[in-house]
Write a protein that binds this ligand. Structure first.
Ligand SMILES: [Zn+2]
Length: 66
C-alpha cells in the first residue's frame, strides 16, 4: 500500500506514514512542533480568560461604536 502523506501544520515538513499509529506526534512531525502548537493554544486560552475577567470587573475600555 502506498504511504499516506501530510504536511506538519506547524513547520510544513512532509510526513509519510501508513497509519496514524506510525506517527506518535500526529499530525505533527515531531514533539517540538506539537509543543509549539500546544503553547499557542495555552496562550490563546490565557488571553481569553483575562479578557473575560476584565469584562466582569467592568474596567475594560470599550471602543465607541462608529
Ligand atoms: Zn513540524
Amino acid at each position: 500500500m502506498p504511504k499516506r502523506r501530510i504536511n506538519c501544520p506547524q513547520c510544513g515538513h512532509e510526513i509519510l506514514y501508513d497509519t496514524v499509529a506510525d506517527v506518535p506526534t500526529f499530525p505533527f512531525c515531531s514533539d517540538r512542533c506539537r509543543l509549539v502548537d500546544l503553547d499557542k493554544w495555552f496562550e490563546e486560552e490565557y488571553r481569553v480568560s483575562q479578557d473575560i475577567k476584565d469584562d466582569a470587573a467592568g474596567e475594560r475600555d470599550v471602543p465607541g461604536a462608529p
